[in-house]
Design a protein around this ligand. Structure first.
Ligand code: PRX
Length: 657
């Protein structure tokens, strides 16, 4: 809002530098009253009725939160159906002809689904799933790219009370097989293939490979025809469109689910080599995402919204499908990549659909910066009123670029911190209430008790780094935290907090105003270009290669060169050469998927280790990122640090020539 005029008041000064939301935004914001923080604090946990009130309940709940410690239960006694909440109630409220999903294919064709159209196909596919034998509580695995059939299948599962288990289409056949097994899922929905940057990816072939290696029986598979080719369908494989056509006009009553019943499973990376299975509830989860969609993303039925999230990850589940459809917005979806066929693809989508709210990740913003401001500048982006970011810390320079070149200096930015485990947003500014500080995510949302503590559980002083923990239950919490089983990892640090808490795995600090700056993971999970990966997951794929003895992976902490560095030791009589590198890359692709392939593979005779033999990744991180590595006296083999540093420096010097 810089207009070159002198500002009269500190508020105007803050507004003109872009830190306060503009008055025009505040005046229309869904949440614009500062008192919401106080109200939620004094009425906790009943404050969360405000979120539950966003939903239509079949049976209203008796208690907002029950339990003083695990087990907890949100909205006990309440029943509802998520698909009813995302579809039927909008039809009943006169929204049948409003656009629910507008989808653009990679070739620029569009498909438009009104809420009525979406409801029709969800009902038909739900009837189809029933025909195939899917019953309430059967887990249906969905392995599909960003095509409309994915949200349709999710809502069809929700309609019949069958939890879905979406697996990101970029993951490998092995990764799909592990997730089918972990979810004990007997049903699979996939598609024949799709195009990525102009190249076909044969998804069904991967799905067939996975089926062969799963121990249990995959009873039925449904295949969406996306490539318009002749796909061979086996005996228990069904064409999606034929199945839907067979049930044309079907009406399937939404199954009444208890608030605590599972809506979906999703797998993410943890600190063990195995994927971490996260189960979300129907009532608490949906209330949490609907409420945050309304208050943080500021969306309502009149809005058009675009997110770059892939539905295969939690950000797509919560803020492409469930949140925006629960509040009745129009969701713009696209297939393929943001720079294919051209680098202005997203700005074209914003302009042609008059998008109001845009949500993306810092890794995408950094790509936009690399491509140049001429791409957003060539489009009319004046319909935008709010921008969001999620997934990793955003550096202030990227924040400023986003604010200026996409938001025209006019749109507030919400930097939203949350995780697969939290289900929905936890720490962020409320765009109609709070001042923004680039690089800091903001205060915990009303009702959320997120704190930065030291290893003994005491709150850290201002600006002191510590562990980010959540000390009170929240509606979107997953079953493992509700019932107290947690997961195999993430329980040990910080150790001594009294009472219940959830350790997020992130380090953070808090300033004098209570704003939290997230410093990144402090456990064995790394964030690479917005993708969460477990170091163990990648390392166990690497050591699976013949002649590899040991491996340690770290992430490159440089916006210009995102990726993984792998430090690998091979048997003494073998040389680490390009052929070994290729075998490592192939194995990682096969076990996890292309997202985990290392940018650099450095062969080393040894890895820095403590006297007890634990690999000290911290030193490798410092070496990789050209940072001072400090005291090496705790190492059994301190000399290796210097050796590795010179290997890495030489590699960098060569690549910079
Ligand atoms: O390290 C934090 C980072 O992403 C992790 C969660 O990853 P995932 O479960 O894949 O979910 C990503 C989308 C919700 C967190 O532990 N993270 C997420 N949002 C932010 C962030 N780091 C800094 N700032 C954020 N806004």
């Amino acid at each position: 809002m810089s207009n070159g005029r002198e500002s009269d008041t500190p508020e105007q000064a803050a507004e003109s530098s872009g830190r306060r939301p503009p008055t025009s935004f505040v005046e229309q914001a869904n949440a614009a009253d500062e008192s919401i923080y106080e109200t939620f604090e004094t009425t906790w946990p009943d404050c969360w009725e405000a979120a539950a009130a966003r939903l239509a309940w079949d049976e209203s709940y008796d208690t907002v939160l029950s339990g003083d410690g695990p087990p907890f239960e949100w909205f006990a006694g309440g029943t509802l159906n998520a698909s009813y909440n995302c579809l039927d109630r909008h039809l009943e409220a006169g929204g049948k002809n409003r656009v629910a999903i507008k989808w653009e294919s990679r070739t620029g064709d569009t498909r438009v689904y009104t809420y009525q159209d979406l409801s029709r196909e969800v009902n038909e596919f739900a009837a189809g799933l029933r025909e195939l034998g899917v019953e309430e509580d059967d887990v249906v695995t969905l392995y599909m790219p960003n095509i409309p059939e994915l949200p349709i299948a999710m809502l069809a599962c929700a309609r019949i009370g069958a939890p879905h288990n979406v697996v990101f289409a970029g993951l490998s056949a092995d990764a799909l097989a592990t997730r089918l097994e972990s979810a004990e899922s007997n049903y699979l929905v996939t598609c024949d293939g799709y195009y990525r940057r102009g190249n076909p990816v044969l998804l069904k072939r991967k799905a067939d490979d996975a089926r062969l290696s799963v121990d249990h029986d995959i009873r039925e598979t449904v295949v969406v025809d996306r490539l318009d080719g002749d796909t061979h369908l086996g005996e228990t494989q069904h064409d999606y469109h034929e199945l839907v056509e067979r049930h044309a006009g079907a009406a399937v009553d939404p199954v009444e689910r208890a608030a605590n019943d599972c809506l979906f499973l999703i797998h993410t990376s943890g600190t063990t080599g195995e994927p971490k299975k996260v189960k979300h509830t129907t009532g608490g989860y949906l209330a949490h995402v609907a409420w945050t969609t309304e208050t943080v993303l500021d969306l309502g039925p009149a809005d058009t919204y675009l997110s770059t999230a892939n539905i295969g990850w939690i950000s797509g589940h919560s803020y492409v499908v469930y949140g925006p459809l629960a509040v009745g917005s129009t969701v713009v979806m696209y297939e393929g990549a943001p720079d294919y066929p051209e680098k202005d693809r997203l700005w074209n989508l914003v302009e042609s659909n008059a998008v109001d709210v845009f949500y993306t990740a810092p890794t995408v913003i950094r790509s936009f910066m690399k491509w140049g401001s001429e791409y957003p500048a060539a489009h009319d982006l004046s319909s935008l009123r709010l921008l969001g970011t999620v997934g990793e810390p955003i550096n202030p320079r990227a924040w400023e670029w986003y604010h200026e070149h996409v938001g025209g200096g006019r749109c507030p930015i919400v930097d939203t911190w949350w995780q697969t485990e939290t289900g929905g947003m936890m720490v962020t500014t409320l765009p109609g209430v709070d001042e923004m500080k680039p690089g800091s995510v903001g205060r915990p949302l009303p009702g959320i008790d997120a704190q930065v503590v030291d290893a003994s559980g005491s709150e850290c002083g201002p600006n002191e780094p510590g562990y980010l923990v959540v000390r009170r239950p929240w509606p979107g919490m997953p079953h493992a935290l509700l019932d107290g089983t947690r997961w195999a990892d993430g329980q040990s640090v910080p150790a001594d907090i009294d009472g219940w808490f959830y350790f997020t795995g992130d380090g953070a600090r808090r300033d004098d105003d209570g704003y939290i700056t997230v410093l990144g993971r402090v456990d064995d999970v790394i964030n690479v270009s917005g993708h969460r990966l477990g170091t163990m997951e990648v390392e166990s794929a690497i050591v699976d290669v013949d002649h590899v003895v040991e491996a340690a992976v770290v992430s490159i902490d440089d916006p210009q060169a995102e990726g993984i560095y792998a430090y690998v030791t091979v048997e003494a009589d073998v040389t680490g050469d390009d052929a070994t590198r290729k075998r490592i890359e192939d194995r990682v692709r096969e076990r996890i998927g292309p997202i985990a392939i290392p940018e650099e593979i450095v062969f080393t005779p040894d890895l820095p280790k403590t006297r007890s033999g634990k690999i000290m990744r911290r030193f490798l991180e410092n070496i990789t990122n050209g940072e001072d590595f400090g005291d090496t006296s705790t190492l059994r083999n301190p000399e290796v640090v210097g050796e590795l540093e010179s290997i890495v420096r030489n590699r960098t010097d060569v690549s910079e020539e």
